[in-house]
Ligand binder design. Structure first.
Ligand code: UN1
Length: 495
């Protein structure tokens, strides 16, 4: 049974969409399971949300940061209370396994507690003036109305990464979640309502990138946009924000790599490869989509990885025995299968998987067998482009220097890992990898919220989510000087 929702929250009022158009929210593991129907927001709905955010802004920006952060803490507690219930909904609405659904919500809880504390820090600096009797310091100032556009792969964690710091910073928010996971987003918004967040501080509009996301990016009242999604859409967001001189933080695609050196603990490196490549069915921007293995251990690594992959049960995320769940929708499924064909045509060998699962228990869902390519070379499209599915490939390397060169040969730079016990190889990798997140003897996935998260090159535009840097997305620095000398003092030595 589908749940019907009034999904647009503007200024504390839940309203139906202006156009009357709706869209369906379906279970990726069972397309007959209609989870919910949501109105497709349009430019009028977005404008109403922005208007509400504008009206709420002055009082919210003037609310002390520790008080603003209290609401985030309360939502963290509500997430903790409802974790199991939300995890079950996530496994149904987004499709990931129950274990990973819990982890997604846990990431939201962790970040709520972290950001709630940030409300009492928000550190600036005090510094010395070159003049006597003059005091200098820096303060964070909220940017204004934030437009937050989130993807479906982390339906709670990524909205949390954006909403929590935006609110602690003093921004008011218009939030548009991905059209594949609106119900989880709605549940998160309802938690802020339950926490007593003043009307208009967090506004919520569901719908598609066109027109709703676009309208949010382009609305003159929105001063900053935070977007996580594809490079293709990210470029458009960046261009449009650039023209309008808006702050814009982007977290886009990647082509992550796991490097396995000959001295690595191979069992651990195999587990890391399998977890990094196939968790969330490869639908993480940190997913291990390339595994560069030293020639001396490639044969053994390949054998053990294939043995491990052969044990993976594919099925609905709601089944506790399942390791590889459905991919989000039929469009993504088709895209992933197309990449598998591209890989074959380029001359890579399918060592495992390489096809959809469409019969029996898999008939109603978007399932793809865990796929491992052998003979991947760095120039291939499957080694360069983000696939965002359960597909990885083995690349042979002969040295750590070559591994770093291969790693850096892509346009992206989010997450890279090296398995080695050799301190020189580890530090060469740490220094040489052009990636925003680097692991030694840990997989490419599983970033913790107290660290800055984001990538180099085309993965983003220099911003970092999570960690203390999350506040930089939503605040301006103000340099403040107070002259208490009682005279006109001129800087730079002007007499
Ligand atoms: C993403 O896929 O956009 O490091 C984020 C990880 C998770 C976050 C991934 N903590 O894999």
């Amino acid at each position: 049974m589908a749940e019907e929702h009034l999904d647009i929250l503007a200024g504390g009022r839940w309203i139906t969409g202006h156009s009357g158009d709706t869209f369906e929210d379906r279970n990726p593991a069972d397309r007959d399971d209609l989870v919910a129907v949501f109105p497709a927001g349009d430019t009028v709905d977005v404008a109403e949300c922005v208007e509400a955010a504008r009206a709420a802004y002055p009082a919210w920006a003037a609310t002390p940061a520790p008080r603003r952060a209290d609401y985030v803490l309360r939502v963290g507690l509500a997430l903790e209370r409802d974790k199991e219930d939300l995890a079950a909904l996530m496994a149904r609405e987004m499709g990931k396994t129950l274990k990973e659904s819990r982890a997604d919500i846990q990431e939201g809880i962790d970040f709520a507690f972290y950001m709630a504390g940030e409300g009492r820090r928000m550190f600036g600096v005090t510094t010395k003036s070159e003049l006597p009797n003059k005091f200098s310091m820096t303060l964070r100032h909220p940017i204004g109305i934030a437009g937050l556009i989130t993807p479906w792969n982390f339906p709670i964690a990524i909205p949390a990464w954006k909403i929590f710091p935006a609110l602690v910073s003093g921004c008011t928010v218009v939030f548009k979640p991905a059209e594949d996971t609106p119900l989880l987003a709605l549940r998160l918004v309802r938690m802020f309502e339950e926490a007593g967040l003043p009307d208009g501080v967090l506004n919520f509009v569901t719908g598609f990138g066109e027109p709703a996301g676009s309208a949010l990016v382009d609305h003159a009242g929105v001063r900053c946009v935070s977007f996580t999604g594809s490079l293709q859409v990210g470029r458009q967001v960046a261009e449009r924000c650039g023209r309008a001189m808006k702050r814009c933080s982007l977290e886009l695609g990647s082509k992550n790599i796991l490097i396995v050196m000959p001295d690595a603990d191979l069992d651990l490196a195999v587990e890391a490869g399998a977890w990094g490549a196939f968790a969330t069915s490869g639908q993480r921007c940190t997913a291990t989509s390339r595994i560069a293995v030293h020639g001396r251990v490639l044969g053994e690594y390949r054998k053990r990885l294939l043995e491990r992959v052969a044990t993976m049960k594919v099925g609905p995320g709601t089944d506790p025995g399942v390791e590889l769940a459905a991919v989000i929708n039929e469009r993504q499924k088709a895209r992933i299968l197309e990449y598998i064909e591209i890989g074959r045509a380029e001359g890579a060998t399918v060592l495992a998987g390489g096809h959809a699962l469409e019969t029996g228990e898999h008939a109603k869902g978007n399932f793809i067998a865990p796929t491992v390519f052998g003979g991947m070379t760095p120039g291939m499209r499957i080694a360069q482009e983000e696939i965002f599915g359960p597909v990885t490939g083995l690349i042979e390397i002969g040295s750590v220097e070559e591994a770093i060169e291969v790693a850096n040969s892509v346009q992206y730079g989010l997450s890279a890992a090296i398995y080695t016990h050799d301190v020189s190889s580890a530090f060469k990798a740490i220094e040489g990898l052009e990636f925003g997140v680097v692991y030694v003897n840990a997989p490419t996935i599983g970033a913790e919220v107290q660290l800055p998260f984001g990538g180099m090159k085309c993965t983003g535009n220099g911003h970092r989510e999570a960690g203390p840097t999350a506040l930089d997305e939503f605040t301006e620095w103000k340099a403040v000087s107070v002259d208490f000398s009682g005279k006109l003092q001129k800087a730079q030595g002007v007499e």
